[in-house]
Design a protein around this ligand. Sequence first.
Ligand SMILES: [Zn+2]
Length: 284
Amino acid sequence: MGRLSRFLLAVAFTVAGGCKALEAPENSATPVTAQSATITLTRLDCGSALIKDFDAFFSDRPGLYPKGPRQITDSCYLIRHGDQQMIWDTGFAAGLKGQSKDLGPLVIHLDTTLAEQLAQVGLKPADIDIVGISHMHSDHTGQAAEFPAATLLIGKQDFEKSAGKDDPFGPWRGAGKSVTLLTTDQDVFGDGSVVALHLPGHTPDHLALLVNLKSGPVLLTGDLYHSAMAREKRGVPPFNTSREETLASMDRFEALAKKIGAKVIIQHEPADIAKLPAFPKAAK
Ligand SMILES: [Zn+2]
């Protein structure tokens, strides 16, 4: 690991006060400079959902949010690192394409698949080297199996708990499969440019993603927050593994975001669509 990535990881850890057996930087005055590989970030459409009662669905403390219906996005991301390609989250299953499905408290919808959008930027599913999954919920795992040749990057317990019926990670079960299971932060490409952040609580080993673009750092929240209101109010949903861990992860995330001056993108927040260029354009 180079000095730059050591420094960057040290920032990611020490800012949040998490001590996870990472070595100290050789020289904490080392500036964070542009990486050698060109990094781009493209927003992909992985569906949408109409939440029939936003407050009831998203708050474990009724009355935190306005009642009534509200639309959310389901977004995925393409990160290009030189000639390596990474997908972050995989949305609803491709079989939903062109349809809406009423699941009771919400109606989910998908217009286009990841494979279709990748084709528009000259990529095939087989070109994807890494599929990173923020957490095990089905609105993030639906199209993972479309990339069986990729290395799967996911929180350890989220992977383990997904085994069994409707397993979205079938291609990665068994001996010799390419899976990276995280219980701590991970420098994805080894140069500090993309860092998976271990922010447990929403699920046992939930992850967010730091992408260090030339134009500045971007943080993709996973579902640490489901909305801008949740970030403002530190709202925790009823479907959540540990309230205490979630709040601690929010503290760590906010300290890092402030320290590095990151642009924060809440993946389900429609208001955050405009924070990145419209597809197929990429942020650089
Ligand atoms: Zn979600």
